[in-house]
Design a protein around this ligand. Structure first.
Ligand code: TYD
Length: 197
């Protein structure tokens, strides 16, 4: 799984990793959250495009978890069972950081609904692309910005603090995302090759 705040370079890394596994002759599924399934994409639109109606943080957390359940059971698990390498942008860690910390719901409660939503399905490895929030957010809002990206600096500071608090979680590899895309990619490959993931 690839994690990190908005605009940290997850998509670029995902493409590079896909090419790496393609060359190894592996079947690869590239996907992202929230979404990746038809229903999941509809939920994504509901969460992100809806700027007029105020959404309760609990509703937001449950919608992300619902979209994740679709994603895991309809797409990710079947692909893993068929031998695919699954590369996914964002997973539970995003909900812990954005809803748990950013929306003040607390990581424990958010983890609980996500354990239910995913049946505790866990990735082999999570790369967290770490970069200062001001940098990434400015890149995004200059391109328009969705409901979450427009949520304000205080929210994003809390999200960033959340990621920091969570980066020691088991299975998370912290990558310095201020490096070039090529350097980021090489660091991840090294970890994958050493760990035989
Ligand atoms: P998207 O544009 O897909 O993300 P990115 O910025 O990584 O390109 O938008 C997804 C937004 O949804 C992003 O602001 C993070 C947020 N989000 C949550 O708040 N909770 C979650 O569980 C997930 C998966 C995403």
């Amino acid at each position: 799984m690839l994690e990190g705040s908005d605009g940290s370079g997850k998509s670029t890394l995902a493409e590079k990793l896909k090419t790496y596994y393609d060359h190894l002759g592996r079947k690869v599924l590239l996907t992202r959250e929230p979404g990746g399934t038809q229903l999941g994409e509809e939920i994504r639109t509901m969460i992100l495009k809806n700027t007029e109606i105020e959404m309760d943080p609990r509703t937001e957390a449950l919608l992300y978890a619902a979209s994740r359940a679709e994603h895991v059971f309809k797409k990710i698990k079947p692909a893993v069972e068929e031998g695919y390498v699954v590369i996914c942008e964002r997973y539970i860690l995003s909900s812990l950081a954005y809803q748990g910390y950013g929306r003040d719901l607390g990581p424990d409660q958010v983890l609980k609904i996500n354990e239910f939503a995913t049946g505790r399905f866990q990735p082999d490895v999570t790369f967290y692309l770490k970069v200062g929030w001001e940098k990434t957010l400015h890149r995004k809002t200059s391109m328009g910005g969705d409901r979450l990206e427009l949520a304000g600096d205080t929210f994003f500071k809390k999200v960033q603090e959340g990621y920091q608090a969570l980066e020691k979680t088991k299975g998370i590899q912290v990558i310095d995302a201020s490096q070039s895309p090529e350097e980021i990619y090489r660091e991840c490959i090294k970890i994958l090759e050493e760990g035989n993931v």
